[in-house]
Design a binder for this molecule. Structure first.
Ligand code: ADP
Ligand code: MG
Length: 150
């Protein structure tokens, strides 16, 4: 679907149905070929929708070698050993309004030489992240999800 050579000709949005976490990771892995330094990817969906699974795939696609786990309790995790350095953010526990009050809080994670993958960007107001891509995961069934990459 998304070989790097053809990255420029990918038509977004891509909408896919997956039936396992591995399939969702694979979509993330292929999507990674599109990413460039400075990109911000907002990852939306309910708890358990597969946002972290998608991000895990993106990191693998960028060449990150270590284990990718949810940054829920740490705000952000960094992976520096891939094609582009990555910050994986999960703002779920961040009080609404804090990002606007303290813009410096996320400055390092949103640096122009990195890619930022952001779960729960809704903690900041719409438009705050000036995103490059928006990914949405929706529950269809116990093991099925709709993944929309736009
Ligand atoms: P989120 O980050 O959105 O809260 P996670 O990626 O942490 O979600 O967890 C998704 C959960 O749903 C995992 O337990 C995973 O095994 C399960 N799951 C079942 N089917 C899928 C699927 N098709 N895609 C992604 N995750 C799935
Ligand atoms: Mg998550």
């Amino acid at each position: 679907m998304w070989g790097r050579r053809y990255a420029r000709s990918v038509q977004l949005p891509v909408v896919a149905e997956t039936n396992s976490p591995e399939e969702t990771e694979q979509i993330g892995e292929r999507f990674a070929s599109l990413l460039e330094a400075g990109d911000r990817v907002l990852v939306l969906g309910d708890l358990g929708a597969g946002k972290t699974a998608f991000v895990r795939g993106v990191c693998r696609g960028l060449g990150v070698s270590g284990v990718v786990t949810s940054p829920t309790f740490t705000l952000a995790r960094r992976y520096e050993d891939g094609r582009i350095p990555v910050s994986h953010l999960d703002l779920y526990r961040l009080p609404e309004g804090l990002v606007e009050q303290e813009p410096g809080l996320l400055e390092d994670e949103l640096a122009p030489d990195r890619v930022a993958l952001v779960e729960w960007p809704q903690r900041a107001s719409e438009g705050w992240f000036s995103e490059s891509y928006r990914v949405e995961l929706q529950h269809l069934g116990e093991h099925s999800r709709r993944v929309t990459v736009g």
